[in-house]
Design a protein around this ligand. Sequence first.
Ligand code: 13P
Length: 308
Amino acid sequence: MKISPTAVSLFTFLANTLVSSFTVPTPLSSLTTGRASSSSTELFTRKPFISGNWKLNPSTKEKAIELAQDIGSSVGKDIDYDVALFVPFPFIESVMEQVGDKLSVGAEMCTPEMAGAFTGGISPVMLKSIDVQWVLAGHSERRTINKETDGYINAQCVKILEEGMNVMLCIGETDAEFEKDLVGCVCEMQLKKGLSGVSAEDMSRVVIAYEPVWAIGTGKVATPEIAQKVHVIIREILVKMYGRDIAYDTRILYGGSVTDESIDGLMAQPDIDGVLVGGASLLPDKFGRIINYQLDETFVKELQEVDV
Ligand code: 13P
């Protein structure tokens, strides 16, 4: 594969500009966007990933089946990227039966313990035994409501990977941290702690979901430009942790008030490899449009012109 020299040199410049921002918080406004540089070619090497997180919804198995069927009808044969639904435990198998041939059905969390006196626990090995392929870890609601620590989230990630499944690790800053320009620091800490002990080889089964807490369920979607800048920061943290090749192969999704109206702008950003959708994943028409996102023709042409 040949990468355009302009893209490479622009990226090097960008990377050098950003790399100093991890330990000393840097205002987002002062960071250069990586859209053209970081780079067009990468969009083709990372498969897009559109996912929905149903959280504590819907209320019954019948409704879950109906919702899954409606969503499944939006996943056409031409869709050659990943689509997944993270659903409540009691619905996993029924939803798999309905739409398992069209999309992946994942779990919204698990407990890292494998067996024993842990009332309410759901172990990775149990999930594996019903063919779950994807598990969420570190969602901000679990961090805050259930007081899950980075150490606990790390244990989940390690066990999920040990069982041969894939993990989607959620990270992201609060409103106050965003205001204080601590985005890079928070992401770096959550990545380093959450992925502690995860080998470079296992990173092919890890996806990062950047979900700024201030954008979750608030209707305040981060602009595509802000999200892109943070994704570049996250990728550079991964470069420091795992080296360039792995960092560039790792998919980084955006989550937080994504709608059918914001999806195209988000997916047009070169470092946004997909989305994790909450509320809109309960609305089949809207989520169907999100699954079938559209890229602006000029942008697609620009990408096609890059010499790969
Ligand atoms: P909303 O899309 O409802 O903001 O939720 C995002 C989310 O938390 C996905 O995990």
